[in-house]
Design a binder for this molecule. Structure first.
Ligand code: ATP
Ligand code: MG
Length: 564
């Protein structure tokens, strides 16, 4: 028999006002409706109703992970430093990692993700190709000292993640494990009632190859993805890459020097010459592991420093400072041009393709040059797609103008390959009796983040509005009146519960019907059943939380409707 929860005994205190520090809708509503409570920045307590939603999501995740043959384990969150030191991530994670010491002074960390530990686990447990493939998962609390933990459970410093790892002896095996996860993720997010897109992603610090993200479109999202209205192309903007298409056939006049006093910025230059900014070539100077490097992009485009960092990782990218110029006569600030920049590595956007012609700095104060042609007057050492993608940029697949949308990253799947297996020498004995290096995949779902993503996507101006599979109850029965109504509400609740439905009964005494209705809409259970004025006749009102449609029915009709 499913559970009947009486509100009179439920620990819940709903709030009429938004918490002062809340920025996103899900943050406001989950706090106001009594699902979560802030403990400290990015650290949350899950209250009874919140636990139900979290558990419902976890259950769906478990069922679908089990269905692809993954096995559940639980690894510790408190981890010793050594494995992370060996993989390099003790350092690489920088400020994101929670580090601590035990009483003997030994270094520990709180796990941000567990590739290292799973690799060691499989090294310990699996010795032969016969033990593989194996897929392992856990649903566990993760710790990351996020810089801006401001959006409630969307970005916690302590949060719940399902992470899984696949171990195969062959590349084809890895592709298959990846495919199984991809399918399981699709089933999970469909069952949860989440609107989502699968987009290609950059692998970043993980250092993998194939990788895709599952994004839930929502205004509160911190990710931007590019979506092609014409074909199936969709990618995180960080992963959008344009092909370098050489400009052919044009014959360009020779380089011409221009007197352009006081034009150190693109705007002042474009103004002075009466040309669009897109005709100019902007050369940004950055330090890559301490070495000054120039990055050329069209003057009307912005460099995405995050994207640049991802491309050049693990090198460290910093902006140049005035003192970096002190002994560099070849670098004239505001007037840098790639022609004659022999001592500086030149990276450029694909739009600076061979044969394209530009107005750019002439490497002398107050001077620019016209007809500076890529491939003729300067060479590009490396093409990197590092500009901020803009609405209307051509789709890399079909050329149609891209649409940009905000989204929440709810899942991420990676073909890691042998990176961690190499680090920890994870081999198994192969068919021919020789050791074989194992290849790995890693796959995450933000379980607590999914609560917020679902709240974001389904809420309306009255409050939360859960898809049925994740809702804390199937039916919210409201006793709108006194003893008679309460008695009927409890009776209906018991009968619904006996029929297998999860029921919340608002039997609180001394709380007005108005307050109970407002709370019911705020809490967001999909069906609301009101025992009100006509309770004496055995008539109740059934209301759909989402559409607001209401209907008066006899108790028997209502029960038949809800249990059919
Ligand atoms: P983000 O780019 O949002 O920081 P990430 O790329 O660091 O995420 P992964 O390391 O791939 O995330 O983690 C797997 C999943 O865990 C993510 O897809 C996301 O759903 C979830 N997740 C990551 N960081 C957080 C966090 N701070 N709070 C809640 N969920 C998170
Ligand atoms: Mg990511």
């Amino acid at each position: 028999m499913a559970q009947v929860q009486r509100m009179s005994r439920l620990m819940i205190k709903t709030l009429r006002d938004d918490p002062a520090d809340a920025e996103t809708l899900s943050h406001k509503l989950l706090v106001r409706a009594g699902y979560v409570r802030r403990q400290s920045a990015g650290v949350w307590t899950w209250l009874p109703l919140g636990m139900k939603v979290l558990e419902n999501i976890s259950r769906v995740v478990r069922e679908e992970m089990d269905a692809i043959g993954a096995q559940e384990v639980l690894l510790p969150a408190l981890l010793s430093k050594e494995p992370y030191e060996q993989s390099g991530r003790w350092e690489e994670y920088g400020d994101l990692l929670f580090r601590l010491k035990d009483r003997k002074g030994a270094d520990y960390l709180l796990g941000p993700t567990h590739e290292e530990i799973f690799t060691l686990l499989v090294k310990d447990q699996c010795t032969s190709y016969k033990d593989l493939p194996v897929m392992l998962y856990q649903i566990q609390t993760k710790y990351r000292d996020e810089a801006r933990p401001r959006s409630g459970v969307l970005r916690g410093r302590e949060f719940h993640m399902k992470d899984s790892y696949s171990f195969d002896t062959t590349d084809e095996g890895l592709v298959e494990s990846y495919r199984l996860h991809r399918e399981a993720y699709r089933r999970i997010f469909e069952r949860l009632g989440l609107d989502y897109r699968i987009v290609s992603a950059v692998s970043g610090a993980m250092g993998g190859s194939a990788s895709e993200e599952f994004l839930a479109p929502a205004a509160a999202g911190e990710d931007t993805f590019a979506d092609c209205p014409n074909c199936d192309y969709a990618a995180n903007t960080e992963a959008v890459t344009f092909a370098v298409t050489p400009v052919e056939g044009a014959s360009h006049p020779a380089v011409e020097l221009l007197d352009t006093p006081n034009t150190p910025t693109i705007e002042s230059l474009a103004d002075h010459l009466g040309v669009p900014a897109s005709a100019t070539l902007k050369n940004l100077l950055v330090k890559v592991d301490g070495e000054i490097v120039a990055v050329g992009v069209p003057g009307n485009r912005e460099v995405d420093l995050g994207k640049l960092g991802e491309h050049l990782a693990p090198a460290e990218v910093e902006l140049v400072l005035a003192e970096d110029f002190e002994d560099r006569d070849d670098l004239v600030r505001g007037y840098v041009g790639p022609q004659g920049l022999d001592k500086v590595r030149y990276l450029a956007d694909p739009r600076v393709a061979p044969g394209s012609s530009w107005i750019t700095g002439a490497n002398a104060e107050g001077k620019h040059a016209r007809n500076v042609v890529a491939g003729r007057d300067f060479e590009v050492d490396e093409y990197l797609d590092v500009v901020v993608v803009e609405e209307g940029d051509p789709c890399p697949k079909c050329g149609t103008g891209l649409k940009l949308d905000r989204a929440i990253e709810i899942g991420h799947i990676f073909q890691l390959g042998r990176k961690y297996a190499d680090t920890f020498q994870l081999d198994v004995l192969g068919k021919e009796g020789k050791p074989v290096r194992v290849t790995m995949g890693s796959y995450g779902i933000g379980v607590s983040r999914a609560v917020a993503a679902l709240a974001e996507q389904s809420a309306d101006d009255k409050g939360l509005c859960w898809p049925r599979e994740v809702a804390p109850a199937d039916v919210h029965v409201v006793a709108a009146g006194k003893a008679l109504q309460t008695e009927l509400a409890l009776e209906v609740g018991e009968r619904l519960g006996a029929a297998g439905l999860r029921v919340l009964v608002d039997d609180r005494a001394g709380v007005s019907p108005g307050v109970k209705f407002t709370d019911a809409e705020l809490i967001g259970v999909p069906t609301i059943l009101v025992a009100g004025r006509r309770s004496g006749e055995g008539v109740v009102e059934l209301k759909d939380r989402r559409t607001g449609e209401r209907e008066e029915l006899t108790v028997d009709e209502a029960l038949a409707r809800l249990t059919s």
